[in-house]
Design a protein around this ligand. Structure first.
Ligand code: BDP
Length: 721
């Protein structure tokens, strides 16, 4: 615990005790610890927490203690005394199992064996409330969980919460560049101040670590997968070490994106061939150098032979040969390699959706034990909605980790309200049928389906230098939700929405209920006004801001929206059944059979898997053409309804955030209409039909929408044309 942190937290505690919330701007995320006003609830809590016994002895326990002091002081409106004995009635006793008094340990008995890994137990024990764990980090997680219970006004009576994280590596991927920009970042610049590091430690680093720890995130890849080798140079390693030092008490390990050609670029070698002994030695030396400065360094994330990035294939070597070379360098230090499966090649003319599977599945079982293959949730690229990636059902011998995108590259940037845990849940609960019904993607990710030695989940962060971290105040829910699902991939989106709304804004049910409904429908709505019925990748070029279904002039066929929707006079959609690209054959036969038949294919994936005539009859009885227009309209209508709901929420949120969300919803409405009108006008040039009567008519011409250009849209380097 740094001195400045102690001061800050004490000041915070005083302010909180005085009932002053220090930030109305969203900076304090879901850790606001608003004072509990309800006297009944307050009495219930003070009855159970008359004093606190807390084990001390290291930075993680210090962090837990400080968090508890701030949290309790603020929530209860008064400081709770700390005591040296574990035996006080109605006290809170916090300590590692081996350091608890005998009588408490005896009482915990059966539960102790169930507290695995970084898990914790919160339980009532002879008039005391006990928070315990095997490890220090488990104590910190337990404290955060306990505070959440209070923040949500839940009872402490007979409390019994035993939690163990279901995955090992719960990691944010920052696509942050060393120049301070963030690829696909919409919340300001990078929060890493590389130029001032290692000497200047920004206050945010610790708050970032706290927030992550509060939801169980335990790792951060600091740099972009489109990597710069420079981050592996000695002066940057010093900077990374400074960040690692701030994160360490919070159980956050740092990882770096490793550029495969680094031995050439910063090592002066003529090659980066993974079978070359000098290259292997270079990476071993580099690993030794890093671990010399950062003993708990997590490892490397690698994007290889994808979108122009260097990789082992440049030397005729396989992904496994590339990944294993790095894995061997890291293994003596217990480091891991997260090797990305996001590959598609300009030389492969097969359906892009099939290519990652074709490259990786034949290599199942060939990777070292400390390699995780990081697979995006769908086979194309973080589209508004994608069926689950077929690789999840096809690599029993290889640990696969999930890669979700938290930043909203394809979902309206940080301008649109889209609650992503709903998308995550849809993927995690999808059934691969690998071992028959019930072989959920979640079971692949937690390693239980085929018994994986190491498991993980990655989320491409939506965090930037904006005061509220995520740009859209409600996009904080996506960071929170990612962390919760990485900890427990079986959690429901509804529970996550409920928790986050209560923690962040209010426990009042007149707020929580309507806003929960808003959050839970928001993803469907955005899909409807962007890419309904299984359409995908029809956004504008490069920045992906707004619609561009007409784009057909890019150098690689699979970069063009027309490649994906295949609209023609006959109909629309990508035939991935055996009569088309046969991508469905990459799924288990039960899944393939479901997707192959348009009658059984879920309508939300219809045009992902089928090319159908405009008059194809949907389940509603409407034609496909009408159905498209109706879906687009439903998306727009949802935004209007949400504006009306939000207007009623004024009493529950502070003025600043109320205004911010109102303005953002105005933009979202404008852009939802833009999507609807541009896409429907364009598709009508093929369908040659009247717009369905349910749909509002476009106010502009197709030529107008096609003429729009945004060379300075955020998230990529400007590309004026
Ligand atoms: C795409 C992004 C691109 C990323 C790439 C990746 O457009 O900026 O570099 O994915 O994941 O979604 O590597």
């Amino acid at each position: 615990m740094s001195f400045s942190k102690k001061i800050t937290l004490s000041v915070l505690a005083i302010l909180s005790v005085m009932g002053i919330s220090h930030a109305n701007n969203g900076y304090d995320l879901w850790l606001k610890y608003r004072k509990i006003e309800d006297p009944g609830i307050l009495t219930g809590y003070t009855k159970h927490i008359r004093a606190v016994y807390m084990e001390e002895g290291n930075e993680t326990l210090d962090a837990a203690r400080e968090e508890l002091s701030v949290g309790l002081g603020s929530l209860l409106g008064t400081a709770v005394p700390y005591v040296n004995s574990q035996s006080g009635d109605h006290s809170l006793v916090i300590g590692k199992i081996r350091n608890l008094d005998r009588d408490i340990r005896k009482h915990l008995n059966g539960d102790v064996s169930k507290i695995k890994k970084d898990g914790f137990l919160i339980t009532t024990c002879q008039n005391r409330t006990v928070i315990t764990a095997h490890k220090d980090i488990g104590i910190l997680y337990g404290v955060f969980r306990f505070l959440r219970q209070l923040q949500m006004h839940k009872s402490l009576e007979e409390i019994h919460i035993l939690e163990v994280p279901e995955t090992d590596v719960r990691v944010l991927n920052h696509w942050d560049n060393l120049d301070g920009t963030v690829e696909r970042g919409y919340a300001g610049a990078s929060i890493w101040k590389w130029q001032k590091l290692p000497d200047y430690i920004d206050r945010r680093y610790e708050d970032y670590a706290r927030a992550n720890a509060s939801v169980g995130i335990n790792g951060a890849v600091l740099t972009n997968v489109n990597a710069s080798a420079w981050v592996l140079s000695p002066s940057y390693i010093e900077k990374v070490a400074a960040l690692a030092k701030v994160f360490r008490p919070y159980g956050i390990k740092v990882y770096l994106a490793a550029r495969f050609s680094a031995p050439i670029e910063i090592g002066g070698l003529p090659t980066a061939d993974p079978l070359n002994p000098e290259v292997q030695q270079w990476w071993r030396d580099k690993a030794n150098e890093i671990y010399g400065k950062i003993p708990d360094f997590g490892g490397f994330l690698v994007k290889a032979n994808s979108e122009g990035q260097p990789g082992p294939q440049d030397y005729g070597r396989s992904h496994a040969e590339g990944a294993n070379m790095l894995a061997d360098a890291l293994a003596p230090h217990n480091g891991i390699v997260m090797w990305r499966a996001f590959v598609y090649s300009e030389h492969d003319t097969s359906d892009r959706a099939k290519q990652a599977y074709s490259e990786f599945v034949p290599q199942d079982g060939k990777f070292r034990d400390n390699v995780l293959i990081q697979v995006k949730n769908g086979a194309i690229d973080f589209q508004p909605r994608e069926p689950f990636h077929p690789m999840f059902g096809a690599m029993p011998e290889t640990p696969l980790m999930m890669e979700f995108q938290i930043t909203q590259e394809y979902l309206g940037f940080s301008t649109h309200l889209v609650f992503l845990p709903k998308l995550y849940e849809e993927v995690l609960k999808a059934d691969t049928y690998r071992h028959g019904k019930g072989s959920l993607v979640a079971k692949v990710i937690d390693g239980t389906l085929d018994r994986k030695p190491i498991t993980g989940m990655a989320g491409v962060a939506n965090i930037g230098s904006d005061i509220n971290w995520t740009g859209h105040p409600l996009a904080q829910a996506n960071w929170y939700g990612f962390g919760r699902l990485a900890w427990d991939p079986y959690l429901g989106a509804e529970q996550i929405a409920d928790e986050w709304l209560r923690l962040t804004f209010s426990n009042k049910s007149d707020f929580v209920q309507p806003m929960k409904a808003v959050l839970l429908k928001s993803h469907d709505a955005a899909v409807n006004y962007m890419t309904p019925l299984g359409l995908h990748h029809i956004m504008a070029t490069g920045h992906h801001y707004g619609p561009g279904p007409w784009v057909d002039n890019l150098s690689r066929p699979e970069w063009n929206p027309v490649y994906y929707h295949k609209a023609a006079t006959r109909g629309i959609g990508f035939d991935r059944t055996p009569s088309g690209s046969n991508a469905t054959s990459q799924y288990a036969k039960e899944v393939a059979a479901m997707f192959n038949d348009p009658e059984t294919c879920p309508e939300e994936y219809l045009l992902w898997f089928h090319h159908l005539p405009w008059d194809y009859k949907l389940q509603s009885g409407k034609t496909l053409w009408e159905g498209l227009g109706i879906k687009y309209q439903e998306g727009v209508d949802w935004v209007r309804d949400t504006q009306a709901t939000w207007n009623k929420m004024k009493p529950y949120v502070n003025e600043q955030q109320f205004q911010e969300v109102s303005m953002l919803l105005n933009i979202q409405l404008k852009e939802a209409k833009w999507w609807r009108d541009a896409c429907m006008l364009y598709f009508r040039t093929f369908s040659k039909r009247e717009f369905p009567e349910e749909m509002e008519k476009p106010s502009r011409t197709l030529a107008y929408y096609r003429s729009l250009k945004f060379p300075y849209a955020p998230g990529i380097k400007p590309q004026p044309d």
